[in-house]
Design a protein around this ligand. Structure first.
Ligand code: GLU
Length: 282
């Protein structure tokens, strides 16, 4: 059955951009009689707060968006993520990485691009003794070169039927898990989408860069391939992105100013945004 999901991180109040994404995901599944799921992506324990989980549910109800079943909460799913990580290790496609964030930032100083955007490969192919130190690793990374050799370059299909094939440069040796987190966003996302039977991943065009590596992980782990719908982003009229720290466009603020949630959801579904905002493709 067509199944979509909305997967917010409880690190702040939802804003208009989240509402647009949730409405889109809800509509894409429910209009043809499918399921709409809610997933709480709370693996970043330093930034996630239980009160924001309640706020997400409150905001979605205000918009009139009901989800099917209980929300999936990522912090309770470590076992499933560890299993997937062990599988990748056993296939020789994950390696321990001892680099700290600042090591990586230093290795990536200009002219290679913005710090932190790509992993320079420092720990890839370390000699065997590194394996003994694996328990002190900061993180585990995907060996993207070996993974592509094994599974081929991944492709994906947008809901409108357009087929894309990734290029190798779009796929980094992404972090799969960290010392302090059982899974990275990418690993948790593919494990959970598969476990929940998600067949349509609806998310903003800003997350389009995550799709190649997630499709590769699905191919390697033998998980089903969903369709994708990367929607435009809600931005301020002057082009500024909406940020969680912006107080004005939170759904809570709109509710408190007397906006009707169901009407807002209907307008968003028709692509009509409140004044002061517009859609942007990137
Ligand atoms: N948790 C992500 C976010 O809030 C969404 C991830 C996804 O939809 O794949 O941006």
């Amino acid at each position: 059955m067509l199944t979509s999901r909305f997967a917010p991180s409880p690190t702040g109040r939802l804003h208009l951009g989240h509402a647009f994404s949730a409405v889109f995901a809800h509509q894409s599944a429910r209009s043809p009689g499918g399921r709409f799921l809610l997933r709480i992506e709370d693996l970043d324990q330093t930034r996630s707060r239980p009160e924001f989980v309640d706020a997400i549910e409150e905001d979605l109800r205000w918009l009139g968006l009901e989800w099917d079943g209980e929300p999936v909460v990522q912090s309770s799913r470590s076992g499933a993520y560890s299993q997937a990580l062990e599988k990748l290790k056993a296939m020789g496609l994950a390696y321990p990485c001892f680099c700290t964030r600042s090591d990586i930032a230093a290795a990536l100083s200009a002219p290679h691009g913005p710090p932190g955007s790509l992993y320079p490969g420092t720990c890839r192919g370390l000699p065997d003794d590194a394996k003994r130190r694996a328990s002190t690793a900061h993180s585990w990374r995907l060996d993207s070169t070996k993974a592509i050799e094994r599974a081929g370059l991944p492709g994906w299909t947008e809901q409108d039927g357009r087929r894309f094939t990734a290029v190798a440069a779009e796929i980094d040796d992404e972090i799969l898990a960290r010392k302090d987190a059982p899974a990275s966003y990418h690993l948790a996302c593919v494990v959970d989408d598969a476990a929940s039977g998600v067949t349509l991943v609806v998310r903003g065009i800003d997350l389009r860069a995550s799709t190649p590596v997630q499709r590769l992980l699905q191919d390697i782990l033998g998980l089903p391939e969903p369709f994708y719908l990367h929607h435009p982003l809600v931005v301020h009229e002057d082009g500024r992105r909406l940020a969680k720290r912006d107080l004005a466009p939170t759904l809570q603020a709109l509710r408190q100013s007397g906006v009707d949630g169901a009407e807002l959801a209907r307008n968003l579904a028709g692509g009509a945004l409140p004044s002061g905002f517009r859609l942007a493709e990137a």
